[in-house]
Design a protein around this ligand. Structure first.
Ligand SMILES: Cc1cc2nc3c(=O)[nH]c(=O)nc-3n(C[C@H](O)[C@H](O)[C@H](O)COP(=O)(O)OP(=O)(O)OC[C@H]3O[C@@H](n4cnc5c(N)ncnc54)[C@H](O)[C@@H]3O)c2cc1C
Length: 413
């Protein structure tokens, strides 16, 4: 059912009790043309674009928990495209372009809010980094403004410009902002199912069947299933899945934590990131102050928050915004992020024929969701890396053609 004003009025007559389910719970079939493993935004989006742009029908998304229960539903939702290198700029800017039309494309409000993103500079080195990146962004047609201290303080009145790390300036991307994370998973799921995709939740992939170097199917907690092609999009568990297929990924899986405060009246109308003070913060549409940390210093598959991180997050937050010292924090959580050595994703083929992978988005893949899904769908459908995906193959870690975005990846992303 299309979401529209007319349908809203129509459903009010039955007290909104007869809305159709946004997506159903089909049984796992015996065979699919394409299976996508991982029901986060990237996986669901891939299935959606496979069906929409390539007219493919017999597709399933297998999710071991519930859709959006991974990093898609756990992140701080920062969206931007001001990366340094041409390859990343193309990919992340493609995503921002798609974000701008996503709510109407999916007929689902993903609450994309282009409120502007300030990347603060506190040292001469920071200033050099943002200046270099800003000029590089201009060359790639990405909006970027290099601001001095006065301009930053004028735009963000409550910020402390003279703390332990005084603010020297900022890189501003006005097209950057936030979106509602769950809505992205739900919107893609609903739109994909409308195009015939089976979304199978509570279905964990336990094994990958390979015959003569070609993938033939999967072993799952709901039984065996055959597949002509498989796309792995399991974020924090990418190495686990690669291991099942017998190849190695240059990836570390680490927890990344965040927390939110009680809702308060609107006070922060932009997104702020600071490498030196080490925090990123925005205010959700509900009014909560959303604060993110740097990733944990150890490898783990635990999706929980830890006490030490509360101090790590709150110290820098209060240094930048002394007024937030009176906030009550409500929730803290963790997600598992898969980090590559050059902080860029891995998108493309694997050593196994017809088995593709999209992972390594680490601490910063939410912003890329539509672009990643779109370019990965092309890769899976055609069997060859799309033009945008090509620089992000696994091979770059062996050839040395890295796309080093460590500085632009910032505090955490
Ligand atoms: C605290 C935190 C803050 C972040 N902040 C930002 C931010 O502000 N901006 C930004 O751009 N990025 C941010 N990120 C990173 C971002 O969340 C991720 O890069 C992105 O969401 C990855 O999306 P995904 O769809 O690939 O992953 P996920 O949503 O994690 O989807 C992968 C899915 O695969 C499933 N899966 C795994 N193994 C199996 C299996 N064997 N069988 C079946 N299913 C399986 C998982 O259950 C999961 O649902 C943050 C991450 C965290 C944790």
């Amino acid at each position: 059912m299309k979401y529209s004003l007319l349908n809203l009025v129509r459903n009010s007559f039955s007290y909104h009790e007869n809305w159709q389910e946004a997506w159903s719970s089909p049984e796992l079939k015996k065979e699919y043309d394409i299976i996508i493993v991982g029901g986060g935004g990237h996986g669901l989006g891939t299935a959606y674009y496979l069906a929409k742009e390539f007219g493919l029908k017999n597709i399933a998304v297998l999710e071991k928990g519930w859709i959006g229960g991974g990093n898609t539903g756990r992140n701080t939702t920062i969206i931007r495209s001001n990366y340094l290198w041409d390859e990343s700029a193309a990919l992340y800017n493609h995503a921002v372009n798609l974000w701008e039309g996503l709510s109407s494309e999916l007929n689902y409000n993903v609450m994309f809010s282009q409120r502007g993103l300030f990347h603060l500079a506190h040292t001469v080195h920071d200033m050099q980094e943002i200046t270099r990146r800003g000029y590089s962004n201009h060359l790639n047609g990405i909006d970027a403004e290099i601001l001095d201290k006065e301009q930053v303080l004028k735009k963000i009145p409550y910020i402390n410009g003279d703390g332990r790390y005084p603010i020297m300036g900022a890189l501003l991307q006005r097209r950057g902002g936030t979106a509602r994370h769950d809505a992205v998973a739900w919107g893609y799921a609903r739109a994909a199912e409308n195009l015939g995709v089976d979304i199978i939740q509570n279905c964990e992939v336990k094994g990958i069947n390979i015959t003569n170097g070609t993938v033939t199917g999967l072993e799952t907690t709901r039984g065996s299933v055959k597949a002509k092609k498989v796309g792995l999009v399991p974020a924090g568990h990418s190495s686990v899945l690669a291991n099942m297929a017998g190849f190695h990924l240059p990836i570390n899986s680490v927890p990344l934590q965040a927390l939110v405060s009680e809702p308060i009246k609107p006070i922060l109308d932009c997104v702020i990131m600071s490498n030196a003070v080490h925090v990123y913060v925005s205010q959700s549409d509900k009014g909560e102050i959303v604060v993110g940390a740097g990733s944990d210093a150890y490898n783990s598959y635990s999706q929980r928050g830890s006490f030490d991180m509360i101090e790590h997050i709150m110290g820098p937050l209060v240094e930048l915004f002394p007024i937030f010292s009176r906030l009550k924090m409500l929730r803290q959580w963790g997600g598992i992020v898969d980090v590559t050595p050059d902080r860029s994703p891995i998108i493309g083929k694997t050593p196994v024929e017809n088995l593709f992978i999209n992972c390594g988005w680490g601490t910063g893949g939410f912003k890329a969701t539509p672009g990643s899904a779109h370019t990965f769908a092309e890769t899976v459908a055609t069997g060859e890396p799309s033009k945008m995906a090509a620089p992000f193959s696994i091979d770059r870690h062996y050839s040395g053609a890295l796309v080093d975005e460590a500085a632009a990846a910032a505090v955490a992303h």
